[in-house]
Design a protein. Structure first.
Length: 173
């Protein structure tokens, strides 16, 4: 194939378009494991509690209604996977992109110069699973954004990088 052939030009053109696109990073699988474990624990307890209560109060036949939370757990298992796959973020030269949502896609753009505070938080359940969240605060309350379920080292790296870029960008304001 020659250098100037249409096939080569078309291929080069698509690579140039991809170079302009942000490089997206998905969330680690630990977040999905944590959320699914919480789903199973809470709906499992609800199923057992409802089965016992209905069995004692209304009879064994009514205890079958305890399968409703179990069916909800199966549906929730699938939905949690879809939701987890929809979360991603990208660091660009001037801003941070956060994209999420299955039915209603939501993309948040946070300019580095507008960031006022970058927090890394980790509750007891997140710490148990080795996860942390990065929360970005800006002057406008509507643009505060969170990236949940990151590895703590990645969360700290992201916090430090965003803080550094935010200070550099806001110095010119």
């Amino acid at each position: 194939m020659e250098t100037g052939s249409p096939e080569n030009t078309a291929h080069t053109g698509s690579n140039e378009m991809k170079a302009d696109e942000p490089v997206w990073t998905g969330l680690p699988p630990g977040l999905l494991r944590m959320r699914r474990m919480l789903l199973v624990v809470w709906l499992g307890l609800l199923t057992v509690g409802l089965a016992v209560l209905l069995g004692l109060v209304a009879g064994a036949g009514w205890a079958a209604f305890a399968l409703v939370p179990l069916a909800t757990a199966v549906w929730g298992w699938v939905m949690l996977g879809r939701n987890w796959r929809s979360w991603r973020y990208a660091e660009r030269a001037d801003d941070l992109l956060i994209s999420r949502g299955v039915l209603w896609r939501e993309e948040t753009v946070v300019p580095y110069g507008r960031m006022q505070l970058v927090e890394v938080t980790s509750g007891p359940v997140e710490r148990h699973f080795g996860l942390a969240s990065v929360q970005l605060h800006t002057a406008a309350a509507a643009t505060d954004a969170t990236i949940p379920g990151l590895d703590p080292a990645e969360a700290e790296r992201l916090r430090d990088r965003l803080t550094e870029l935010g200070e550099a960008r806001s110095a010119g304001l």
